[in-house]
Design a protein around this ligand. Structure first.
Ligand code: SF4
Ligand code: SF4
Ligand code: FES
Length: 566
């Protein structure tokens, strides 16, 4: 009997405004709609948080099954002809963030006048006591109150009384400032603290229009994910002490980058102003496989490393030098290395991209004939069970995979060893030359510098200043991750591309380009002049993969990208 392949049963569906979409068991209407790319307006719902159903912006009309009466509400509606309120009935609307889908359910969202009226009313209610300070509010340009007013209200408020006044500029902790008058009490920040950071330090006090967020007595908002409270706040109530009043979001552009703070490799947007070539902030970029919707504070603030502690010019003997003079000096320092490949140490970098490391690996294996590899990077730090990894380098796994591959060689090569082993090798007189990538070491900086300075020739290519650049005879300045496209392999082995955002600072150039030039200066035929050439030479399994991010749209200006954050 012929075998039949079992086929998955068709998914149950619902209809929203006549469009049929599938849903998963347990989906709420808004979640199924979100997955299908249908936007139902919402404030308190967030795809990564529990359901609070308190803002009522997501109300929809669920049609009764055939033959069953609709659930009706008795209301009083103003009749201008009679000049009085008259009793009427209208369908009871349901919050789509709380209502589970049922097979065949028919829902009216954009196509129901009852829903239109309810959304306008919710908007008017939320804005009754809201200050009209958009011109000085950091959320302007990416505020849901602004966006939804335009989409669902477009009318002035009818309340003539003085609005309720509440505390402003409340310092919640080292990173967050709170404005209770702008708060719509959606509790997203409360849920981020309790559910994501596992630290229920925020709660709501009072009820109705007196409600406001408060920090637990004796505490500050100081867990490792405080900036996520600001990120999820749909209005300008929570502002980041780092970002507030620094930039208007409509001047910013966004690049899809990979956080360099640890080996988790969280997907981020780097928001920068192209006019002054300045980065202003990180925002998480949704990726179900890596960081879901979140980033830690350390990573959120690590965008600053794009400009801080940078190696922006070439150095020869710690003195500033031109790029040409530095290359000449590097050639001079390494002139004995061709005859003595066994005495050459190669330092790959867990901080630099796959492309930079592959270029150096190829120079070492194919041309120099070196076989001793080490890896530089930041020492271990604090991790948690949420996102933060103890390994504070974005590409440790990439370097291990590269060195373990046959890239640039047909000989098996030992895995790269820590810098501590290199220092021992120098002390025993095994190494006379070294070519290195990166600036940081896992060992004591003073000890490393003292040992590395004993080398006959030591050339370093690095984007930042650190113990390796401080010990090198010649330093060639490389682009930071923000200035050149590069691939990073995270702790799970996911290969992810980080886009170029900023123009390189000073004389910095892509690390792989500098390796190619160094090779040519040493008399080798290191031919790759374009990124495409280099990537084509990489073994298929290590070639830059697609970014595995969930979002498919090109990097959007922040004003619209912000709204996509849930
Ligand atoms: S501060 Fe923002 S996130 Fe928190 S409850 Fe208020 S509006 Fe919601
Ligand atoms: S967990 Fe690591 S990769 Fe993610 S944001 Fe924090 S530092 Fe960056
Ligand atoms: S999003 Fe449904 S009630 Fe707020």
């Amino acid at each position: 009997m012929a075998e039949t392949t079992p086929t998955a049963p068709p998914k149950p569906t619902i209809k929203i405004d006549g469009r049929e979409i599938p849903f998963e068991k347990g989906d709420t209407i808004i979640r199924a709609a979100h997955r299908a790319g249908i936007d139902i307006p919402h404030y308190c719902w967030h795809p990564g948080l529990s359901v609070a159903a308190n803002c009522r912006m997501c109300l929809v009309e669920v049609l009764p099954p055939p033959g069953r009466p609709a659930m009706q509400l008795d209301i009083l509606r103003w009749d201008p002809q009679k000049n009085e309120y008259v009793p009427q009935k209208k369908p009871k609307l349901l919050p789509s963030c709380q209502q589970e889908c049922a097979p065949g359910m028919e829902i009216l969202s954009e196509s129901s006048p009852n829903v239109d009226e309810a959304r306008a009313a919710v908007q008017e209610l939320l804005l009754l006591n809201h200050p009209v300070d958009c011109p000085i509010c950091d959320q302007a340009g990416e505020c849901r109150l602004q966006d939804y007013w335009l989409e669902h209200q477009r009318s002035g408020k009818r309340m003539r009384q003085e609005p309720v006044h509440k505390p402003k500029g409340v310092v919640f902790g080292p990173t967050i400032v709170y404005d209770a008058e702008r708060c719509i009490v959606c509790t997203r920040c409360v849920r981020v603290s309790a559910e994501i950071a596992k630290d229920p330090v925020l709660s709501i006090r009072e009820r109705g229009n007196l409600g406001e967020v408060t920090v637990a007595p004796g505490r500050e908002l100081d867990h490792d994910y405080t900036l996520m409270t600001e990120h999820v706040c749909p209005v300008g109530a929570l502002t980041s002490a780092d970002f507030r009043f620094k930039a208007r979001v409509w001047f910013l552009r966004s690049a899809r980058t990979i956080c360099q703070g640890c080996s988790t490799g969280c997907n981020a947007f780097l928001d920068y102003d192209p006019r002054n070539n300045t980065p202003y902030r990180h925002r998480p970029r949704d990726n179900e496989q890596v960081n879901k919707f979140w980033m830690c504070d350390e990573g959120m603030l690590s965008y600053k490393r794009a400009t801080e502690d940078r190696q922006t010019g070439a150095l020869v003997g710690r003195e500033d030098a031109s790029a040409a003079d530095a290359m000449e000096a590097a050639k001079e320092q390494l002139k004995g290395l061709r005859d003595d490949p066994d005495r050459v140490a190669i330092i790959l970098s867990a901080q630099h991209s796959m492309e930079d490391n592959f270029a150096l690996l190829t120079l070492a294996r194919t041309y120099v004939g070196a076989a001793d590899f080490f890896v530089s990077g930041k020492p271990l730090g604090r991790g948690d069970k949420i996102l933060m990894n103890e390994d504070k380098n974005p590409n440790t796994h990439g370097v291990i995979a590269l060195a373990g591959s046959t890239a640039g060689s047909d000989r098996p090569i030992a895995a790269p060893r820590p810098v501590a082993d290199l220092l021992k090798g120098i002390a025993s007189g095994k190494y006379a030359y070294a070519i290195g990538l990166g600036a940081d070491v896992e060992v004591d900086a003073k000890e490393a510098k003292a040992a590395l300075q004993k080398l006959r020739g030591f050339v370093v290519i690095a984007s930042h200043d650190g113990p390796l650049t401080q010990a090198a005879h010649v330093v060639l300045p490389a682009c930071a991750w923000t200035e050149a496209e590069g691939t990073y392999v995270n702790e799970k082995g996911l290969s992810q591309v980080s886009e170029k955002a900023l123009r390189p600072l000073g004389d910095a150039r892509p690390g792989w380009q500098l390796v190619g030039e160094l090779g040519r200066a040493l008399g080798f035929a290191t031919g790759w002049k374009k990124l495409g050439d280099l990537r084509a030479a990489m073994p298929a399994e290590l070639r830059s993969g697609k970014s595995q991010s969930n979002e498919a749209a090109p990097a959007a200006p922040v004003a619209s990208a912000g709204a996509a954050a849930g």
